[in-house]
Design a protein around this ligand. Structure first.
Ligand code: BTN
Length: 259
């Protein structure tokens, strides 16, 4: 067990670094069930079964990305679980902007984009038991990308940090910077949630734009109007009705009109 941040109880105080795992989320979920403390971090050099939202795979080759998960045990009364993907997205986007001096964007709920392509993703998984609950927040960032390792369709939609940024980062510095930022924004999300929402909207790639919301085979078109304090998307339908959509169930694309 390593320790990156000195303050006891901070995110990253306990760090478990593996060579290869199936998924850092799975490893940390097992540890959480056995009682691991809040703030523990599991990182791996590569994942053999990395996962993304909506059961999509997260290709995790050695030497090309940062793959890690953090364990949070927020009080139930904080009502923050559904908002965690937003918190994590803001922390990652703030870090990339601050460290690499580039302008990331966020696609709802928590895809991190650079030049319109995906550079990072976040998978939040939660478990509730009686009065207690925990969340495992898994974060993946493409740092170097040798595109041959990615399926062709992903290659055109993904990008690596070091191909865009003049300032090259290594995995450890990026991890440290994201953990520092998470330690700053996580308490803010409990007390001043609007600040996080404003920052998320600042990074949002599709605010007030037409989007297509997909749930299995059903597609709806609407205008993306923002997010709620629970991290749900606020979509204005063509009927002018405003609906909220929770992130677990939907994927979203910007609508490109056909002429
Ligand atoms: C997404 O964009 O759909 C989310 C991707 C999340 C990937 C990270 S990598 C570390 C952690 N372990 C996983 O299996 N997934 C997350």
């Amino acid at each position: 067990m390593l320790s990156l941040l000195r303050i006891r109880k901070s995110i990253g105080f306990r760090l478990f670094w593996y060579d290869t795992v199936t998924s850092t989320n799975d490893v940390l979920k097992d540890m959480a069930v056995k009682g691991e403390a809040e703030g523990a971090v599991v990182i791996a050099d590569c994942q053999t079964a990395g996962r993304g939202r909506l059961n999509r795979p997260w290709i995790s080759p050695r030497g090309q990305g940062l793959y890690f998960s953090i364990l949070l045990r927020p009080p139930l009364s904080a009502n923050i679980i559904d908002f965690l993907p937003i918190v994590a997205a803001v922390a990652v986007a703030n870090t990339i902007k601050g460290v690499c001096k580039v302008e990331p964007q966020i696609k709802w709920p928590n895809d991190i984009l650079l030049s319109g392509r995906k550079v990072g993703g976040i998978l939040c998984e939660t478990k509730r038991r009686a009065a207690a609950l925990f969340a495992v927040v898994g974060i993946g960032v493409n740092i170097e990308m040798i595109s041959d390792e990615f399926p062709v369709d992903l290659r055109n939609r993904s990008i690596a940090l070091n191909t865009v940024s003049q300032i090259k980062v290594d995995k450890l510095s990026l991890l440290q910077a994201i953990l520092r930022e998470l330690n700053r924004v996580y308490p803010l999300a409990m007390q001043q949630r609007q600040k996080i929402i404003d920052r998320w909207l600042h990074f949002c790639s599709h605010l007030n734009k037409e989007v297509v919301i997909k749930q299995k085979d059903i597609r709806h078109t609407g205008i993306f109007r923002g997010i709620t304090t629970n991290g749900a998307a606020l979509i204005e339908l063509p009927t002018s009705e405003l609906v909220t959509l929770a992130s677990g169930e939907f994927s979203m694309e910007e609508h490109i009109p056909c002429f």
